[in-house]
Design a protein around this ligand. Structure first.
Ligand SMILES: [Zn+2]
Length: 165
């Protein structure tokens, strides 16, 4: 598989995790940590339903990496995520010295959708990862997954969906 196909396959798993989160009543975000050998070592999804608004999967990944990976392993790892890291998660990723980030949809895309749907802006600025952690290589968005993610966010917003998913 090419790097791009490999990236898309991991991103598809993130979209599945985001869908699981939505079904469970959480927000539709899911993420994976893949080590330098290409193995998925940890995955999680958003879990804010019970009131802890910091339970983002990318933040959990950064905390998990502190006790499970060496500094070299962290630098060689890639974090895949359905939605670009928020500033909190970008900072945690940067502080832990984790490697590349690959996202399906950007914070700018998500903000634009929310505005289009008449939803208020969130309490934290939707800064790009590299405005917070400039040393982190970042790839995204993946246009192949845009429709699927837009639909999940639209459902979370309680708007009428366009597909039967
Ligand atoms: Zn976050």
């Amino acid at each position: 598989m090419s790097q791009r196909e490999t990236d898309l396959s991991f991103l598809r798993r993130c979209v599945e995790l985001a869908r699981e989160a939505l079904v469970a009543g959480d927000e539709p975000f899911g993420s994976l940590l893949v080590d330098g050998a290409g193995e998925v070592r940890f995955e999680d999804r958003n879990r804010v339903r019970d009131g802890d608004e910091t339970r983002h999967p990318e933040f959990e990944i950064a905390k998990w990496s502190a006790s499970h990976l060496t500094a070299d392993e962290r630098a060689a790892a890639t974090v895949y995520t359905s939605g670009e890291h928020c500033p909190m998660c970008s900072a945690a990723h940067g502080w832990m010295g984790l490697g590349r980030i690959v996202y399906a949809v950007s914070s700018a895309q998500l903000s634009a959708w929310r505005a289009e749907w008449g939803l208020p802006a969130g309490p934290v600025l939707p800064l790009p990862v590299q405005d917070v952690a400039p040393g982190v290589p970042v790839d995204g968005p993946a246009p192949e997954l845009e429709d699927a993610m837009r639909e999940l966010h639209r459902r979370k917003a309680g708007l009428q969906g366009t597909s039967s998913a």
